[in-house]
Design a binder for this molecule. Sequence first.
Ligand code: CA
Length: 132
Amino acid sequence: MLRRITAGLAALTLSAGLALAPSTPAHAAASDCSAYVNVVCFHQYTNYTGLVWRQTVAQVASRCVNLTDWPGWNDRPSTAFNTSTGGYQLYLYENINCTGYDFILASGQNVSFTGSLAWWNDKVTSLYLYAL
Ligand SMILES: [Ca+2]
């Protein structure tokens, strides 16, 4: 049995730009996720700073991606961005292999895991980007 939470955040206004190859800047800003179209992106900290994990839709769509394959990223995400434009829904999972509780982020949404969502802070271990 899975608990599903849909973030009720307004879609970001995204600047036009090309999605780049994976990168991990040492210190980030919200724009290190929001400025990229068609990416899944995380910040290390809830205030949109720290390390950034960013992958294009093409790199992660339609399969389970374990953050345990990315050194240091298991249980690290504190924000999540789904800037996909093709209707992809981002499922974030508590455990490896896309199991456990999930959190759903619709296309064009982003979230910081604070307040009522604080349970998810430093909890994400795998993700699945589903094409609708
Ligand atoms: Ca976890």
